[in-house]
Each structure stands twice: as C-alpha cells, then as structure tokens.
Design a protein around this ligand. Structure first.
Ligand SMILES: C[S@@+](CC[C@H](N)C(=O)[O-])C[C@H]1O[C@@H](n2cnc3c(N)ncnc32)[C@H](O)[C@@H]1O
Length: 444
C-alpha cells in the first residue's frame, strides 16, 4: 500500500529515542510510532556535519501508479567519514563501503537489536552491526562469505596468533593437487598446502577454533594479489583470481617467475593491519556478537531457520544482473577452502534479464517480510544498470510493496566529488552499477 506523504507531513513528530554509541556519537533512531514522518523529517533536515558547508537535502518524488515516493539526495556519508574500522580491509567483489550499512544501523536499530544481511558477501553489514553492539544474522549462498566474516568476530592476541602459526606442521616437499606453479614459488606452495591440510584436519576433527578461523580468513585474503603482501607473484587484485592460462600470459608479459613469500610473516603482517584500529571496547562488542551470531549459506529466498517477526533491520545489496562472476573470481579461494566453486556457482543468482531478476527479488522480499518484526526495516541498496537507462530502485519499490512492506522512500547518497553531476543519475565507481541508491521499507 503506497504511503501518502502529504498526509504524514501534518503529523506531530513524536519523541525520538536518542542514544550514545560507543564513540559517544548521538545515534538517531526512528520512532516506531510515526516512522515515516520521522524519517522524512530527519532526512529532509539532514546536514552532513563534517562538511565545511553542508548541503541541504534535495527531494523529488518517484511516481509509480497511485504511489508517490520521496527520493532524498544528499551527502549522507562519505568514505572519509569517521574512518571505517581497519577490520573491513578484506576484498570482495561488489562490496559496499562500511559507512553505508552504519548509516542505516544507526538510523533504524538500537543496541541489542538483530541486523540481518541475506547477501552478506565479505560481511560489511555484519561487522558494522557487531561493532555497534547489535546481534547479527548473515546469509550468503557463497560459503566464502562465512569464512571471511565469522573469523573477524573473534580478534586474536598477536602473541597467540604467532604461537599458533609456529605450531602448524610444515611439510617441506608438499605440492598442491592442481598446478599452481604459475602463481607460487615451490616453497610458498609447500607452506600453503601445509596450512590447507592443517586447517582441514582441525575442522574434520571438530577442533577448529577462533585462531584457526582467523588464520583461514587472513590466508584466504592473501592468496593472490598485486603486491608483495600476497603469497602469489604479481597478478590481479585478490578478489579476481585469474585462470592459470591467463596467469602464464601475465608472467610471460612481465618476464616474472613467482618469488618466495613467507606465508606466516604475511599472515601476521595482515593481521596487525586488520586489528590496527580496533579498540578494546570494539573487540568486546565483536566477541559478544559472535556468541549469538548465525551464519547461513542458503538461497536468500529460503531461510526458514530465521524465525518469523525476528529481524529489526535488513541492510543489504543483492547480486545485480549478470555483472559479477562470483564463482570464477573465487576459484582459488575455493580451492584453498576445499569448496566446490562450480557447485557454488550454480546457486548464485545470475539473472540474465530484468524480469528474471525481479522474480528472484520478489521472492526475497516475501521472505524478508516474513522474518522482519513489526516496526522493523529493510534498507535495500541497488544501482542503475545499462548506464542509468534502468534504475533498479523503480523496480524494487513495487516488489517490496507487493510483499507487504510500506515504502518510506529512496535515499541517494551523493558524494562531494559528483556534486556537479546529474543528481538523479549520479555515477559511482562500482562496476556495473552507477549509484548508491537505497530503497527503505518498513513493516507496519
Ligand atoms: C553485491 S554482493 C554483496 C556484497 C556485500 N554487501 C559486501 O559488502 O560484501 C551479493 C552477494 O550475494 C550472494 N548471492 C548471490 N545470489 C544469492 C542468493 N540467491 N542467495 C543468497 N546469496 C546470494 C553472492 O555470493 C554475493 O556475495
């Protein structure tokens, strides 16, 4: 059912609960009594305080049938804003900036509420929610998602990590079961295979602990990349593993052979970097979230293990139309973690047409409506495709409404460097999509 904003605008603005977050910033939380008018007021009067001359929010309306939905455009967050936690510095294709989920977590939840991401990826929403003292549920059909996220909820002591790395048995002559010589020096390969075997043995014996999960997460991130901080010879960035044939060509063109890399030292170095800006209070919040965290590897349409009326906020960005080949990008990460990349690839939504994509997303919204608690929210980030010719927010609004949600509007985050661009068709750097457009729904 469309929301009539003119009617809501005449309502009295109710009391808004205000709480301080860990860093002492005021958290705004939308009231559950007048959610739409509160939100309208908040976004309309929003000023990005960290800018010398904060801009006013520009509002236009999306007319769809009888429904009229406000689109709020402003600089609501930037990548520079309150520098994001160092813990996010793991790469994953099409991930969003931590400031995006943080904005909605602070807006729509309180500490202790449950935050869910059905397309969790590297776990940006989940890590942010945990850092803010929320409970978390992560889902992604790609099992790498849990590996990349769960490992970061329990932050190890560096001394314990160094000790564990020393204890891992090293098989000097070990070679991989596939040819990886175009990526790794033979000694690096032996270290990598030893680590892989150790992690597998621990898991199979039910002995995998937080330190093992951390090591697995960091090693998965260090497998290939374009600097000496990675285990491999120079190749593409770590989330886009190239095929062995392509790597041979890169090696020939660059006249390079894989140099030795000390995998333990690189794991320690990356660990220090990841932990560098995590405070003791944040470590405690992450550990608390880990105790109740749930990780699912389901198709987002079918998550029966999440109870009805359970989640306060879903904040997510779905797979887009055919733009990212998650399985092909991740074949080496899958090998290291003994995951069947082809099998995973079969379950990843790769819609060829807008109609197919809408059919999947419609079913996702029906599932989200079931598991969202009354008064709860969904912040669904989509982009534009085909250079702005298709704006997915216009396609998402009816899907959410058909599932039972009310649409409270669309938020377009406009960063300063794009201010001169057409604000309703603003571009960003994410491959295949051109803007941060977030459709906001609530369950009445
Ligand atoms: C755009 S990415 C999400 C990135 C995430 N926001 C982050 O910051 O890392 C979309 C994710 O959806 C997952 N995915 C694709 N189809 C899915 C499905 N049907 N059910 C659940 N997850 C799916 C992909 O594996 C991918 O990780």
């Amino acid at each position: 059912m469309p929301v009539n904003f003119c009617q809501f605008r005449t309502f009295v603005v109710y009391f808004r609960p205000v709480i301080l977050n860990q860093k002492g910033y005021v958290n705004f939380m939308i009231s559950t009594r007048a959610p739409v008018s509160d939100l309208f007021e908040h976004l309309q009067t929003f000023r990005f305080r960290e800018q010398p001359q904060p801009a006013a929010t520009q509002i236009d309306y999306l007319q769809l049938g009888d429904g009229r939905y406000p689109r709020f455009c402003n600089e609501f967050w930037t990548s520079r804003q309150r520098q994001a936690s160092s813990l996010h510095e793991v790469s994953y294709r099409a991930c969003f900036k931590p400031q995006l989920p943080r904005f909605f977590i602070e807006l729509f939840t309180r500490p202790g509420d449950t935050v869910y991401d059905p397309f969790s990826g590297r776990g940006t929403s989940i890590i942010e929610a945990a850092l803010l003292g929320r409970e978390v549920i992560a889902n992604d059909v790609n099992p790498l998602s849990e590996i990349l996220t769960a490992g970061r909820l329990c932050i190890p002591e560096m001394a314990d990590l160094a000790q564990r790395l020393r204890e891992i048995p090293h098989q000097r002559e070990a070679t991989a079961d596939i040819d990886l010589s175009m990526f790794y020096h033979p000694e690096t390969e032996a270290e990598l295979v030893s680590l892989r075997d150790y992690l597998q043995a621990r898991k199979a014996a039910g002995q995998e602990d937080a330190l093992d999960r951390w090591i697995r997460m960091v090693a998965t991130n260090r497998l290939t990349g374009h600097s000496p901080g990675f285990f491999s010879v120079y190749t593409l960035p770590p989330n886009q593993a190239v095929s062995p044939e392509r790597q041979r060509k890169i090696n020939a063109r660059r006249k390079q052979t894989p140099p030795y890399r000390d995998t333990r030292q690189l794991i320690l170095k990356k660990s220090k970097q990841l932990i560098s800006r995590v405070s003791a209070a944040e470590k405690a919040l992450l550990a608390a979230a880990a105790e109740t965290a749930r990780f699912l590897t389901e198709d987002a349409r079918f998550t029966a293990m999440i109870p009805d009326d359970f989640v306060q906020l879903t904040v997510t960005s779905p797979p887009f139309l055919n733009v990212v080949q998650y399985a092909a990008d991740n074949w080496l990460r899958c090998w290291f973690n003994r995951i069947d990349a082809q099998e995973v690839g079969k379950h990843i939504t790769m819609a060829n047409t807008l109609e197919d994509w809408e059919a999947v997303m419609g079913a996702v919204f029906r599932e989200l409506f079931r598991l969202t608690r009354p008064g709860g929210w969904v912040a669904f980030e989509v982009g534009e495709i085909r250079n702005g010719a298709v704006q997915l927010d216009e396609h998402i609004v009816p899907l959410g409404i058909q599932a039972g949600f009310r649409c409270a509007g669309i938020l377009i985050n406009q960063q300063q460097f794009t201010k001169t661009a057409n604000i309703w068709g603003v571009r960003n750097n994410r491959e295949g999509t051109n803007s941060n457009r977030v459709v906001m729904f609530y369950k009445a």
